[in-house]
Ligand binder design. Structure first.
Ligand code: FES
Length: 99
């Protein structure tokens, strides 16, 4: 069996539902990519734009695999915390998690 290409996959909902609650997470995608590249780990952790993750009222939503950790109501300031504590440090950010 081959090694996975990426250590982690981060899916960030960028869905926009006209007139309805939606995540609109494109700014979060750009910020996470910027930080990962700045730290030199942009090739190890893949950030993907996602469509609706089915939790719109809790958005902006992020899910991290392979752990399957879901984050809700993520702000732009939370992105660096998720990168440092979870993606690098290995400890999910408990205050942002949904279960
Ligand atoms: S619009 Fe993001 S979870 Fe539905």
């Amino acid at each position: 069996m081959t090694e996975p290409i990426y250590q982690k996959h981060v899916f960030i909902c960028v869905n926009v539902r006209e007139g309805k609650i939606s995540c609109k997470g494109m700014e979060l995608v750009e910020e996470m990519k910027r930080i990962l590249n700045e730290k030199g780990i942009g090739k190890e952790i893949r950030v993907n734009k996602s469509g609706c993750l089915g939790q719109c009222a809790l958005g902006p939503m992020i899910v991290v695999y392979p752990e399957g950790i879901w984050y809700s109501k993520v702000s732009i300031k939370d992105i660096e915390v998720i990168v440092n504590e979870h993606l690098i440090g290995g400890h999910p950010v408990e205050r942002l998690r949904i279960r």
